[in-house]
Write a protein that binds this ligand. Structure first.
Ligand code: OSB
Ligand code: MG
Length: 372
């Protein structure tokens, strides 16, 4: 298919509830939506870079720059017959996986739509609903935390993830564990600790956590291996894994027993599948993480999670947990009987972007047309 036209939309939406992690508090959530046009079809991808470089060095502004100056020009006007045609066109661009993923994922959606199959079918997915949990930010008080956890448990979420940082760890985790003795519980530190905290992580062993996510430095693998050797709870890497090589190093070094997949963090669906296959081979289970996505990114994440090695609950919650009004329809609901979300079955990612809403939340827009 010849890519005839590309559009970038920077949108900003208020979250239903502020989201506090060890790197900051989000009240508004911005992203770039990438739309690629060919043969009367449009494919969508979401760039999850944030306003600030807290989770990753990429921001909306760097991603816009990389997309408009370097990535879109490599795709526009080109004949693309397979998603595998895309990554080689990025050869001259180092890093910037979130920018790369948004355009590649939009092309996967476009090609799946052209074939009349869902993205999951195109990928060889094996399930039609994904087990999910909810990620709960750092709360101002312990009582507030227990109340918030209780609300999500009552809504039917079967897995709770709590954000932690130095000073907000054992006490809140123990309090939640005491109230919910059998729930699937885990902690995400977003790189807030150092190896000197190993004794603190050993204290978490009796809490029977599913895993501890990214306790140490955002680009570390080495110290995580030292920490994993000292604790029984599985360590899961998020921030440290950007390429199949990172995953291989982490597995060979025994730096983790679980890997969190974020398709944007690893540069797109092609790289995500390569990491998936490597982890499956190595016996390292995975789950899909989240970046507070709109319906576009959430749908992409659900389709990818249908691959066989995604065996742990995903950070993909119902739309209402994030936004009062999403930019895509239909919105996602929790199946309360088994804490799952159903994967859309329509062509591509299976959601319809509502252009009137995109325009309502849009703060920046750029159109790229085929030269000549
Ligand atoms: O580390 O998993 C993370 C949100 C923004 C940035 C990083 C992370 C998160 C979450 C939210 O934990 C997961 C979700 O989308 O529900
Ligand atoms: Mg994380």
């Amino acid at each position: 298919m010849k890519i005839e036209h590309v559009e970038l939309h920077h949108i900003s939406q208020r979250l239903v509830h502020p989201f506090r992690t060890s790197f900051g508090t989000q009240i508004e959530r911005s992203c770039i939506l990438v739309a690629v046009y060919s043969d009367g079809l449009v494919g969508w991808g979401e760039c999850t870079a944030s306003h600030d470089p807290g989770y990753s060095y990429e921001t909306i502004t760097t991603a816009w720059h990389i997309l408009s100056e370097f990535l879109v020009p490599q795709i526009l006007g080109q004949e693309i017959t397979s998603p595998a045609d895309v990554p080689p066109r990025y050869d001259k661009v180092r890093g910037h996986p979130m920018a790369k993923a948004s355009l590649e994922n939009a092309i996967w959606d476009l090609l799946a739509k052209a074939q009349g199959v869902s993205l999951s079918e195109m990928l060889g997915g094996v399930r039609d609903r994904i087990e999910v949990g909810v990620s709960i930010g750092i709360q101002p008080t312990l009582e507030g935390l227990l109340q918030r956890v209780g609300q999500f448990v009552d809504k039917g979420y079967g897995r709770i993830k709590m954000k932690i940082e130095p000073g907000w760890e054992i006490e809140p985790l123990s309090a939640v564990r005491e109230l919910h003795p059998t729930i699937k519980l885990m902690a995400d530190a977003n790189s807030a600790f150092t190896l000197e905290y190993a004794p603190l992580f050993q204290q978490m062993d009796p809490l029977n956590l599913l895993m501890i996510e990214q306790p140490l430095h955002h680009d570390d693998i080495f110290d995580h291996a030292k920490l994993q050797a000292q604790v029984n709870t599985p360590i899961c890497l998020d921030e440290s894994i950007h390429t199949p090589n990172h995953a291989r190093w982490a597995i060979e070094m025994k730096a983790c027993r679980i890997i969190n997949m974020k398709v944007a963090r690893v540069g797109g669906i092609g790289s995500a599948v390569a990491i998936h296959d490597m982890c499956q081979e190595a016996g390292i289970p995975m789950w899909h993480g989240g970046m507070l996505e709109t319906g576009v990114g959430r749908a992409t994440n659900l389709h990818l999670s249908t691959l066989p090695n995604f065996t742990l609950p995903a950070d993909i919650s119902a739309t209402e947990r994030y936004y009062t009004e999403d930019i895509a329809e239909p919105s996602f609901h929790l199946n309360v009987e088994d804490s799952t979300i159903t994967v859309p079955t329509g062509p591509g990612i299976g959601v319809e972007v509502q252009m009137d809403r995109v325009k309502k939340y849009r703060v920046q827009h750029e159109v790229f047309d085929t030269p000549g």
